[in-house]
Design a protein around this ligand. Sequence first.
Ligand code: PHE
Length: 332
Amino acid sequence: LKDIALGEIQEASTIEELESLRVKYSGKKGQLTAIMKEMGKLSAEERPVIGKVANVVREAIEGGINTKKEEIKAIEKEKQLASEIIDVTMPGKVFTVGKKHPITKIIDEVSEIFMGLGFSIAEGPEVETIENNFDALNAPKDHPSRDMSDTFYINSELLLRTQTSPVQVRTMKNNDLPIKVISPGRCFRFDSPDATHSPMFHQIEGLVVGKDVTMAQLKGTLDNFVKKLFGEETKTKFRPHNFPFTEPSAEVDVTCFKCGGEGCAMCKQEGWIEILGAGMVHPNVLRNCGIDPEVYSGFAFGMGVERIGMLKYEIDDIRLLFENDMRFLNQF
Ligand code: PHE
């Protein structure tokens, strides 16, 4: 029995197998246990002799199991260590880190410049009221921009904002004076996409309202801004224009940053590039927002983010900005 048992123990290769061998021989119903149980039937002379032999066998089996158990444990530990070895000479995993979309980069850059000039950032919803997007901004009821073919209406009160100017209205209605904010955001117009039009685009609007806010300050602020964005040598030119919400209004041109005003393909040989709309906040708009135009005045300006990005990065098709083609985006 001892030899058979020790043979089986030697063959065992797992802790579980050893355990079932232990049960098989010295468990409650084990073979050795059965023999021990029979001892009572032996004579008084035979009992100590056989008992001694049985004890030797039991110790041998138990010792064999314990020794084998240690061996198996050692082997398993060995295996585990081998599987956990790290080859420090293997090349590391390359993680591709995401980067900012060119539109986000322009918004960040412009915001940074205006924050340096003391502006804070105001935001508003993309779904706006007709009141905030048109009425409060003094847009005549028959203004072409209100047309169904220019504006995405949601119902008789709501639309997708066509400009970030309604954030001016919200800011004036909800804040104490003086106000000095810019509001970057997404806008929507009913345009068919082509190289220069996208039904979804971004604007950055600026608004300053307080006592004695002047057109000279507007010019100074924008002059300062374009010099920081396009370079110190950049000059600005105000051309009279018309916006419902400003009076007087102007479109602002800057000297072409590519040719410095000489004329090149970028500026269509004109030397100047239009980048901003601006003006003094119309008294009606101040009044609509609960501000007395006899006491306070303000200036506002707005620019298209895509247009600035396309000029700065020399992108010739606005659609590239929204196609999310990695070959395009990876260039920024
Ligand atoms: N919101 C105007 C537009 O979309 C731009 C603008 C803003 C002009 C503020 C003047 C003042 O055309």
